[in-house]
Design a protein around this ligand. Structure first.
Ligand code: NAD
Length: 486
């Protein structure tokens, strides 16, 4: 497929229009399948950040007063536009991230559209409660927070922008969104489409830049809330900075999630779950189940089937729809993964499959499976964020659950078993925000998603996300008379 032009009309989208300011640092957009630069944007200068925040502040007051039904209609029209342009947006997502078109056609604009549609529908259903105190009573209303900052990671640039924009806008907030500096393109399209769908100017702004621009948003007094998707170290910094201004936060951070495969599991499904939870998007998924604990009696059968299934990997031109495995999104991430593989070897891991860089241009790592591991090895403890599956064995349910929980992270977990009682018993004992039983990594818009322990605070998606973009206001109604002491 010929590669379309990825250069956006301008670097930023502020107050309803593309805006350029080339005095900010140049940020090359590198197509990770080849290493070529396919576009260049510029980091936001303090003036651009100011314009974005000012326009958001202005627009939000009016938007908060807009009939929620109208807010919902705008979001649902945007969902329709995303779906109508799915192919074009998927190609852009592939150029931005390197993920294969086979994936982006179903996972990115599609998931963004689902969120816009879902929250568009719910916009009319933001409700409060009433309380009686004798003849007096009180009620609560949920008020929007104001201007929210969204800060994105580089693995799902369209989805992350939509998952943050949709609940924020549905509940009457404005957003200034800063995509990751390595994947700056897709969020601009989301902004353009929202305006085309009827979103008033200023309500969803996109400004480019690295951590410094994110830091300015986090500390600006005009910002009421920061919603970050990123790593745990960044989350710690951003949450601490936001605390200085007593801002609300949602932190969607990293993980080292476990998958437990019990001896009575459907092994083919378990292998499929482990493949989806380690090699989809070349392993660059926060919720990946990178510690696969297989009960001893079925470990050999699991690994045998895994080896056969790895023959199905098709790496190559990500724009070719037959390709099902792409590169790392950045050279830096490829180098991190390669260093992890060196460490794993040095610490005594066996490379069951893959184990190195692919011999071609771009940032390609083979799908890798590590065995002969202990829980204290670096590859079993740390998030690698690449196509590296660690397979360990366990003997009893008790032991499996204890080892699965023995991590500072708590984003997700999976378990495969045909025993209904065990499935729910184990799910209840796993310390993670999302548990998949006999499935892995599916995140429908109607299900809350987020981390426990170091993996985050708050939830995205589902009705719950609307609570995180609003706050309760209590209104006490005195029915009289008013008593006073004198
Ligand atoms: P990162 O933490 O390096 O960067 C995330 C974002 O934060 C970027 O936009 C970056 O510019 C910005 N940033 C960096 N320093 C900042 C600062 N001091 N103040 C404000 N903003 C700052 O993460 P990444 O490498 O882009 O993404 C990979 C990480 O994201 C992985 O750990 C992955 O698990 C996690 N992730 C989590 C989820 C989730 O929903 N839980 C989803 C995707 C990715």
């Amino acid at each position: 497929m010929t590669r379309p032009d990825a250069q956006p009309a301008a670097s930023h989208f502020v107050d309803g229009a593309y805006v350029e300011d080339t005095s900010g640092d140049a940020i090359p957009v590198i197509y990770s399948a080849t290493g070529e630069t396919v576009a260049t944007v510029h980091a936001a200068t303090p003036e651009i950040i100011d314009r974005a925040l000012d326009s958001a502040t202005r627009a939000q007051t009016e938007w908060a007063r807009t009939d929620p039904a109208e807010r919902g209609r705008v979001l649902r029209r945007a969902a329709d536009l995303l779906r109508a342009r799915n192919r074009e947006l998927s190609v852009l997502e592939t150029l931005d991230t390197g993920k294969p078109l086979q994936e982006t056609l179903v996972a990115d604009a599609a998931s963004g559209a689902d969120a816009l549609e879902y929250f568009g529908g719910l916009a009319v259903d933001v409700t409060g409660t009433t309380m009686r105190f004798g003849d007096d009573w009180a009620y609560t209303i949920r008020r929007p927070l104001g201007v929210c900052a969204g800060i994105g990671a580089w693995n799902y640039p369209t989805q992350i922008a939509c998952w943050k924009a949709a609940p924020a806008l549905a509940t009457g907030n404005a957003m200034v969104f800063k995509p990751s500096e390595t994947t700056p393109l897709c969020a601009l399209k989301v902004a353009e489409i929202l305006v085309e769908a009827g979103l008033p100017a200023g309500l969803f702004n996109v400004i480019q830049g690295a951590g410094e621009v994110g830091g300015r948003l986090t500390t600006d007094p005009r910002v009421a809330k920061v919603s970050l998707t990123g790593s745990v170290p960044t989350g710690r910094k951003v949450a601490a900075a936001a605390a200085g201004g007593m801002k609300h936060v949602t932190m969607e951070l990293g993980g080292k999630s476990p998958i437990l495969v019990f001896e009575d599991a459907d092994i083919e499904d378990a292998v499929s779950g482990a493949i989806n939870g380690n090699f989809y998007s070349s392993g660059q998924v926060c919720s990946n189940g990178t510690r696969v604990f297989v009960q001893e009696d079925v470990a050999e059968a699991f690994l045998d089937r895994l080896r056969v299934r790895l023959d199905g990997v098709r790496s190559g031109d990500p724009l070719d729809e037959a390709t099902n495995f792409g590169p790392m999104t950045t050279q830096a991430q490829m180098e991190i993964v390669l260093r992890h593989l060196d460490t794993a070897r040095a610490e005594g891991a066996t490379i069951f499959a893959g184990g190195g860089r692919m011999a071609r241009d771009g940032f390609w790592i083979e799908p890798t499976v590590l065995t002969d591991l202990t829980d204290d090895m670096t590859c079993v403890r740390e998030e690698i964020f690449g196509p590296v599956m660690s397979v360990l064995t366990f003997s009893t349910e008790e032991e499996g659950v204890a080892r699965a929980n023995a991590t500072e992270y708590g984003l997700s977990a999976g378990l495969f078993t045909r025993d209904l009682a065990r499935a729910h018993r184990v799910a209840a004992r796993l310390e993670a925000g999302t548990i998949w039983i006999n499935q892995y990594n599916l995140t429908p818009a109607g299900m809350p998603f987020g981390g426990s322990k170091a993996s985050g605070i708050g939830r995205e998606n589902a009705r719950m996300a609307m609570d995180h973009f609003t706050e309760a206001q209590s209104i006490y109604v005195g029915m009289g008379p008013v008593e006073a002491s004198f």
